[in-house]
Design a protein around this ligand. Sequence first.
Ligand code: SAM
Length: 279
Amino acid sequence: MEPTVNADYGYLRQVVFGVSQNVLDASRDYLFDTRLAKLLRNQGMARLDELVRKLRIEKNPALEREVAEAMTINETSFFRDLRPFELLRQELLPRLIAARRARRTLRLWSAACATGQEAYSLAMMLLENFPSLAGWNLVIEGTDICREVVQRAQTGRYHRIEINRGLPARYVVRYFDRQGEDWIVRPELRRLCHFRQANLCGPVLPFNRSTDAFDVIFLRNVMLYFDLPTRRALMAGIHRLLAPDSILFLGSSEQPVDMAPWTPVLAGGTCHYRPRQAG
Ligand SMILES: C[S@@+](CC[C@H](N)C(=O)[O-])C[C@H]1O[C@@H](n2cnc3c(N)ncnc32)[C@H](O)[C@@H]1O
């Protein structure tokens, strides 16, 4: 493929930012060539500048979305950075469960769930360690901007290599069925997890405070792709969706932009955040 001129890469970066608010570094422009190869083939195009020309002329939101989705980084694994899961299991969930005894409902959100391993890990942790939750309304929402990964999460089908990254053997045996080189999540796990496509940086978040407040939110390894104003707006939205005694986990190298609305809690070798109430 012939090299694309700098101006074209700049335009592609703008398109990505416009759709997903992901800030791509110019030093990694070469990624456009590999990541957009499939989209070019589907469009019957041989070169990136043909795609850029089409984008410039048509301003086609569906095509822009495809570009932005193709540029997302969907790296994830089961029980990624085990510490938040361990802390939830040992300390935080027993307390939350006691506090929610009357309502018998727990709502968890894997925001930017990629292919779903984080949501299914939370589901396995609940089923495995808290038999007292039988009969409760347990809801684990998984959302991601990238349609392809959301579809993969919905199928709950993982290759042996993905299963071997972080999933204890006893969980594989208990919660997955084998099909050749793949493993499929069993219905008891799938039943708890609901996946859908949603942009964390759209005008509104995909949930509504009055009906959908969460007890636990995992917002991990996604804020690093956003600029400061986007992070600030997202954290304000997340704050509104958390019940007063609920818990937020960010990625191990991420922090809220403004600390004032949050109480950071260091425990279990990790940091989680509790929403402070205004006033
Ligand atoms: C590195 S993965 C993190 C997956 C998982 N949270 C974890 O920590 O293992 C980042 C995910 O964020 C998603 N993402 C990026 N921008 C987004 C946006 N504006 N709205 C929703 N999801 C977004 C990407 O599609 C990608 O799947």
